[in-house]
Design a protein around this ligand. Structure first.
Ligand code: ADE
Ligand code: ZN
Length: 336
């Protein structure tokens, strides 16, 4: 099964670039930029990655991002992730970035976007990986800061396809960002939002109604509302689910209790993603593998996660056809 999963063509739709900062690169960048970090070795950093909930992770995650200073740093971070994509047969990826984490420290928006974007161009040229960038607003910050961030994005419209919403879900519901999302939509950006990760299932419905989202990030709490499940099924609203993240952040007590396979069987458009792989212990192949190890799934069901992700992606129609051809080609090879 592991061999089948490794070779399976994949599409990633829920990945925070700041969440791909491996401890080894964190140390290298801290040295390069003369920044003190409160750990003696990369091993010590790995050991510190024990989380009780979303907030306990976010506190460490924002601290880690402090080592990112120059365009080269953002390039190196993104390039390292894209090499993992290549190893895992991720053929298309849609990447979140959190500009406010960096602009609040005096790093310019241009530095962040240009560094990430140059790595995406190189990955297309050298590895054939296609991608899109999604700019997230930090929901614990206010509307004014989100609007200011959207203004920066207008000068990079050619590089950013959508806006999203991440960070602490509790106490920061979708309606707080209704106006900025309407503004973003009117400027031609697509929208997505984290909802129903730790927060209530009503956040999922509100993200659809108030923020006009094309996809829900996480969304696993939808099971609390049977009517919502029906709506998600009828609309085929994609859910970008992140198994290892959900277990690490205690959204589920164990991988066995994860509901992604149940949602797949109910006909929802669910996808598998890695969220913050440097913090949660695995990239795409590992996330697929953990589900396969703990649930009775057949290879055709694992392939359905990729089929769903192709359908839910913001790739062009021709790229979607190309990705589907790769997937079908892999499945008929029958080496598994
Ligand atoms: N930022 C990075 N990872 C996140 C997650 N899983 N939920 C909310 N915000 C995040
Ligand atoms: Zn996320």
């Amino acid at each position: 099964m592991r061999q089948f999963i490794e070779g399976l063509p994949k599409v990633e739709l829920h990945l925070h670039i700041e969440g791909t900062l491996e401890p080894e690169l964190m140390f290298e960048l801290a040295k390069r930029n003369n920044i003190e970090i409160p750990f003696a070795s990369p091993d010590e950093v790995h050991k510190a990655y024990q989380f009780n909930n979303l907030q306990s992770f976010l506190d460490i995650y924002y601290q880690g991002a402090n080592v990112l200073i120059s365009e080269q740093d953002f390039f190196d971070l993104t390039w390292a992730y894209l090499q993992k994509c290549h190893q895992d047969n991720v053929m298309h990826t849609e990447i979140f970035f959190d500009p406010q984490t960096h602009t609040a420290r005096g790093i310019s928006f241009d530095t962040v976007v240009n560094g990430i974007h140059s790595a995406l161009i190189k990955a297309h040229e050298d590895l054939g990986i296609t991608s899109h960038l999604i700019m997230c607003f930090l929901r614990h910050l206010d509307e004014e800061s989100a609007i200011e961030t959207l203004q920066y994005a207008l000068t990079h419209k050619d590089k950013i396809i959508a806006v999203g919403l991440d960070s602490s879900e509790s106490g920061h519901p979708p309606e707080k960002f209704q106006r900025v999302f309407q503004l973003a939509l009117s400027e031609g950006f697509l929208t997505v939002a984290h909802a129903g990760e730790e927060g209530p299932s009503s956040n999922i419905q509100d993200a659809m109604t108030l923020l006009g989202v094309s996809r829900i990030d996480h969304g696993v709490r939808c099971v609390d509302d049977p009517k919502l499940i029906e709506t998600l099924q009828v609309l085929q609203m994609p859910l970008t689910v992140c198994p290892l993240s959900n277990v690490k952040l205690k959204v589920f007590d164990s991988m066995e209790e994860h509901n992604i396979v149940e949602l797949l069987h109910q006909g929802l458009c669910v996808t598998i993603n890695s969220d913050d792989p440097a913090y949660f212990g695995g990239y795409m192949t590992d996330n697929f593998h953990q589900i396969a190890l703990t649930h009775p799934v057949e290879s055709k069901e694992l392939a359905q996660f990729t089929r769903n992700a192709i359908k839910a992606s913001f790739a062009s129609e021709s790229r979607k056809q190309d990705l589907l051809r790769h997937l079908e080609g892999y499945l008929v090879q029958g080496i598994h």
